[in-house]
Write a protein that binds this ligand. Sequence first.
Ligand code: C5P
Length: 216
Amino acid sequence: ENPPPLAGKRALVTAGPTHEPIDPVRYIANRSSGKQGFAIAGALAALGADVTLVAGPVSLATPPGVRRVNVETAREMAAAVEAALPADVAVMVAAVADWRAEATAQKIKKDKGGIDALPLVENPDILAGLSKSPRRPRLVIGFAAETEKVVEHATAKRARKGCDWIVANDVSGDVMGGADNRIHLVTHGGVEDWPKMEKGAVARRLAQRIADELSH
Ligand code: C5P
């Protein structure tokens, strides 16, 4: 019997949004269901990988065989990613909030003037940081959600982030929170256009591509 294709390999997946508190009852977030990232973590585990899933706040079941670390903020996610190293492959699917506020301890009251200005500071870019880390996984994969010029923007993002592959999502339709995904895989070798598929099928095909890449 052959061992599963990712036996002995360590995988790291980020998924879901991050929540950046403004005050005890409010937060800044990007839109993300976490479905695609959770499906990828499950597909990698199904191929035998040792998978750590760093999950933002979502109410999804942990896929079988996956080690899950729950986080709220981008900075917590960055720390959890660092703690999960070393890894052979990282798939950064999370929709990380680009900015955070200097959160206040008390709820901001509307009748006391509310928010005149909310100073924002930029969050760390976890994908870009991992790509230039001395502990960089051999294969680093980023995601890009685009509504137009999908491949052009994804190709630029691949260079800017320093990752190996970009999985570009065309989110101009009903992908957000939906069951299906239409992706373009941007690698050093060019662009692969995959047909519209259920998110589980995208995850299995990507996991198989990862296994092929790590096998040589
Ligand atoms: O720059 P943009 O947010 O469009 O890039 C998306 C890719 O970068 C995704 O893979 C996402 O998980 C990752 N990312 C990150 N940390 C951030 C912002 C994005 O890891 N602060």
